[in-house]
Write a protein that binds this ligand. Structure first.
Ligand code: ATP
Ligand code: MG
Length: 451
């Protein structure tokens, strides 16, 4: 992409309404524009990152054996009356009437809708196990929408639902989700700690929330610092293996990690003092096992091997896709702007031309651009006729992990400058070596053009 032809409405001023870094930086970097309270338009840069996160979520869900679908945002109230949640959900649910005076609602979650699909099409245990998921906009009329996309009213969520014959099968689904979520966050360059949580209006016995540690997080969390040493890394997981998924879950749920809702002071005090941590966290996902809570009232039954009809065991699993962008920025920024992890960056590298219109500099930039594209990367070329300082400030603000600076002086010596956004370290290299270094930096990441 050439910046002269892109739409990147960066702001010079710090927006007064934004209280936390991620909200300020998303507005300043031209990623979002507020449409009304807690509702945002996604501008090109923000939309591109949203799509990248969606891709990662899809890839990891499909890898775990889960099947994508797409359900509507608007739902009929009748289904929610069947489950008993129409009245229970309260003022957070946006209720709408259509022209025939029928009660509709903008879905805050999809347990009812998915259960309706299931009961219409699945009747035998032979069709199980089954996990369906989608990535769709939700609406919750939050009392206090704030912090930009972090607590919006309209927000993008991945929500998945498993249907199993037995509790044991459903617990395998629970474990599979925990492992696939850990992998998903890791690919996004985030450490999200699974913590024992409270189930809230979704209901159920078993539930974990995934929290990214950040001072601006809304949840109070308590944990054993040993958990922050754990990573999946390159480990190849066989999601069909119960034993393997269970072992990973055990490893991650053994160290103490809880939110204030489930905090147990006695257990916490038993952790060696140096490892006892209390901090704040951002909830970026949650998984639930809730047994037959929805299948029973809604008649989602299958015929078991013995011919008897039984309600299926279910769970639901959510990732806050749009909130994740805020969480990633909270965990990755400095006073100059965002610092994208390589796995989610909107562009792989910025190219800054210090002397636009200089034949040699222009040609070198074009050549670099073509080499990066040939490797499957997406560069952002600042080809505007602007001062170097302004170009650097924009690149720092939008946070691309790497910048290549090209100017006539360097070119005379056959070099360009490669700068790492995170460390601030620059080195002079021949253009070819700079491209090779970038290829190495992105080895292990899926490179594909995005919107
Ligand atoms: P919270 O406690 O933050 O209100 P929740 O527990 O009600 O969230 P879930 O039903 O667990 O939310 O939804 C799954 C995920 O969706 C959450 O983990 C969170 O990342 C995201 N999410 C929930 N509410 C919002 C919101 N208002 N804005 C953005 N993301 C949200
Ligand atoms: Mg939750």
């Amino acid at each position: 992409m050439r910046l002269s032809r892109y739409f990147l409405p960066v702001l010079k001023e710090t927006p007064a309404e934004a209280q936390i870094a991620s909200h300020r930086l998303m507005l300043r970097a031209g990623m979002i524009k507020q449409a009304s309270a807690g509702i945002y338009s996604w501008l090109p840069l923000g939309f591109k990152i949203l799509r990248k996160l969606e891709n990662i979520v899809h890839e990891e869900q499909v890898r775990a054996g889960h099947i994508p679908v797409l359900m509507p945002t608007l739902q009929s109230a009748d289904l929610w009356r069947e489950s008993g949640r129409y009245d229970d959900y309260g003022a957070e649910m946006l209720r709408i009437k259509d022209r025939h005076d029928r009660d509709m609602l903008y879905g805050p979650t999809n347990e009812e809708l998915i259960t309706d699909i299931f009961r219409a099409h699945v009747g035998s245990y032979k069709d199980l196990p089954l996990t369906l998921y989608h990535i769709q906009w939700k609406f919750r009329d939050e009392v206090r929408p704030r912090f930009g996309v972090m607590r919006g009213r309209e927000f993008l969520m991945k929500d998945g639902y498993n249907f199993d014959l037995t509790k044991e099968d459903a617990l395998h689904a629970y474990n599979r989700h925990m492992v696939s979520y850990l992998r998903t966050y890791e690919r996004m360059g985030l450490q999200a700690i699974p913590m024992r949580a409270d189930s809230g209006p979704i209901g159920g016995d078993d539930t974990h929330e995934f929290l990214v540690l950040a001072d601006t997080g809304e949840s109070e969390v308590f944990y054993d610092s040993a958990i922050t040493d754990l990573t999946l890394g390159d480990r190849v997981v066989d999601y069909a293996s119960r034993a393997e998924c269970e072992a990973i879950v055990k490893e991650w749920t053994t160290p103490y990690a809880r939110t204030d809702e489930t905090h147990d002071a006695a257990l916490y005090d038993a952790i060696p003092e140096a490892r006892r941590k209390a901090s704040r966290g951002i909830e970026v996902g949650q998984i639930f096992y809730f047994g037959t809570k929805y299948s029973e009232p809604m008649g989602a039954n299958v015929q078991g091997p013995d011919g008897k009809s039984v309600p299926v065991h279910m769970g639901s699993h959510g990732i806050g896709v749009s909130r994740l962008i805020g969480a990633i920025i909270e965990a990755n920024h400095d006073e100059r702007g965002i610092i994208w992890p390589e796995g989610v960056t909107p562009f792989h590298a910025g190219i800054v031309n210090l002397k636009q219109g200089d034949a040699e500099a222009d040609a070198a930039c074009e050549a670099l651009y073509a080499s990066l594209v040939a490797l499957g990367m997406e560069p952002l070329y600042d080809d505007r006729d602007e001062r170097a300082g302004g170009k650097f400030a924009t690149m720092d603000l939008i946070g691309l992990p790497w910048r290549i600076t090209v100017g006539p002086r360097g070119l005379k010596n056959g070099v360009v400058e490669l700068t790492c956004r995170r460390t601030g370290i620059s080195e002079e290299l021949p253009p070819k070596a700079a491209v090779e270094k970038l290829a190495l930096a992105y080895a292990g990441h899926v490179l594909r053009p995005s919107l």
